[in-house]
Design a protein. Structure first.
Length: 227
């Protein structure tokens, strides 16, 4: 099928994909009706596991991004550090299960034979951003991180495995998928800024990003990783 204009990656995204080995991009992976389907599933998750404000280790400074999770494990951060935990830090309830539409995306995009164990849900209001970081709180770096975006576009930045490696930035739009696998699994990445008003998907505006992760190694039995 001939891709429509929105599915042709911008030159900046192509440059990043060429420069960062293992970075895969699927612009327009979810069409508008699948985005609405995912959004409806996400709203159900958030009704059980509301967004919370994570805090930086040690300083306790709040993130500008609000978060929640679904899956057996969820990523949390507070003064005690970053970690995966089986329950919501405020409600104490287990995270809801990962919706089928996300499991399908993992199967289609992840090329990994075991299911994801965590899906981090990030919500960015108009002023939120995320500094350059690596996703390295998992035990299994053979599995990719599969990321889906909904709502306003953002300026995404990605570099190499060292903090000072050169970086590339490009726009991610609602429905786009990014896969960090292979050489890109430990690439530094972050979100410079949100581009408010670029999508009509979310009535409240802003951007959701969902990242599916494998946390434990498949041969390991220790699913409860809370510190
Ligand atoms: C993340 O690194 O957890 C989120 C990346 C994004 O918002 O696209
Ligand atoms: Mn990340």
């Amino acid at each position: 099928m001939k891709p429509n204009v929105q599915q042709i990656p911008a030159a900046t995204a192509l440059a990043a994909a060429a420069a960062v080995s293992g970075l895969r991009l699927c612009p327009g992976y979810l069409d508008r009706s699948r985005q609405n389907e995912l959004l409806a599933a996400l709203r159900e998750v958030l009704a059980v596991a509301p967004l919370f404000t994570p805090r930086m280790p040690v300083s306790g400074r709040p993130f500008t991004v609000r978060m929640s999770n679904c899956g057996p494990l969820g990523w949390v951060s507070d003064v005690n550090g970053y970690r995966y935990a089986p329950a919501h830090p405020e409600t104490g309830r287990p995270w809801p299960s990962i919706p089928a539409i996300l499991l399908e995306a993992w199967q289609e995009l992840g090329f990994y034979p075991h299911p994801p164990e965590a899906c981090l849900i990030n919500f960015y209001g108009p002023a939120a951003k995320m500094g350059l970081h690596q996703d390295r709180d998992e035990q299994d770096f053979d599995a990719p991180v599969v990321s889906l975006s909904l709502g306003d576009s953002c300026l995404f930045r990605i570099g190499g495995r060292r903090r000072n490696d050169p970086t590339h930035s490009f726009r991610l739009h609602s429905g786009d998928a990014v896969i960090l696998g292979g050489g890109a699994r430990l690439a530094f990445h972050g979100v410079d800024r949100i581009l408010p008003g670029t999508s009509t998907l979310l009535a409240e505006g802003g951007r959701f990003n969902l990242t599916l992760r494998r946390v434990t190694r498949p041969d390991s039995q220790n699913i409860g990783l809370s510190a």
